[in-house]
Write a protein that binds this ligand. Structure first.
Ligand code: SF4
Length: 216
């Protein structure tokens, strides 16, 4: 028992040290030139022991680029908070990150979607984040995140077909969701998205209850 708890402590400690290295590596990265280099990754993203990790698209100029925390302050951040509330998932129990850790801007200084090359460039950081945050439930928010995960390890998930549906991925459960931006309601209506988030809450609670039963 003592050996087991000391092993767990050393594993946790190793992950914490690896996360510190990762954060430093991200801060030193300027590979993409059409970005505001906000490098949003750090302790404020959440606990390394979170049971749920959310992966969104990229840092927003009025959100994470200002606060240093993904999906906060701007409209997408406020919508994400409301969706979490609908799902009954406390943000403190999650880790939230982006497929692209800086803020992609267009020539007029507005948010733009990251290019496939930018997402590919940032992918090693996402893969390392998924290693140090071994949450059993991985929730992607939007297509960019879903495709980034597919490039890390293949999966069969299709966003319109599999939204709010658990899909096996690398010994974890992947759940594709739409991005919480208002624009996403052009592809899936608000009321359907609210149902998706309620379903996500049920999936998370069912999975965690089952996992507790197994560990007891
Ligand atoms: S988005 Fe990622 S790959 Fe591009 S500069 Fe920022 S940290 Fe580096």
């Amino acid at each position: 028992m003592q050996a087991e708890s000391s092993h767990l402590r050393s594993t946790t400690e190793a992950r914490r040290r690896e996360f510190e290295r990762l954060v430093l590596d991200v801060r030193g990265c300027f590979a993409c030139d059409r970005m505001a280099h906000s490098h949003v990754l750090g302790e404020a993203n959440g606990s390394l022991d979170a049971r749920v990790i959310f992966v969104a698209e990229a840092v927003g100029r009025r959100g994470g680029a200002v606060t240093g925390v993904p999906l906060t302050r701007d409209e997408s951040g406020k919508r994400f908070a409301r969706f979490l509330e609908l799902a009954g998932i406390p943000r403190n129990d999650t880790f939230v990150t982006n497929a692209v850790l800086c803020n992609p801007l267009d020539k007029l200084g507005r948010n733009r979607p990251p290019t496939p090359a930018e997402a590919a460039g940032c992918r090693p950081f996402l893969a390392r984040t998924l290693d140090v945050v071994p949450a059993p439930l991985v929730v992607t928010l939007g297509r960019v995140a879903l495709e980034s995960l597919r490039a890390i390890a293949p999966h069969d998930a299709d966003l319109p077909r599999d939204v709010a549906t658990p899909v096996a991925w690398r010994g974890r459960i992947l759940i594709p969701m739409y991005h919480p931006s208002r624009q996403s309601t052009l592809h899936r209506p608000q009321s359907a998205q609210e149902d998706d988030w309620r379903r996500l809450g049920e999936i998370v609670r069912t999975h965690l209850k089952r996992a507790e039963r197994i560990t007891i």
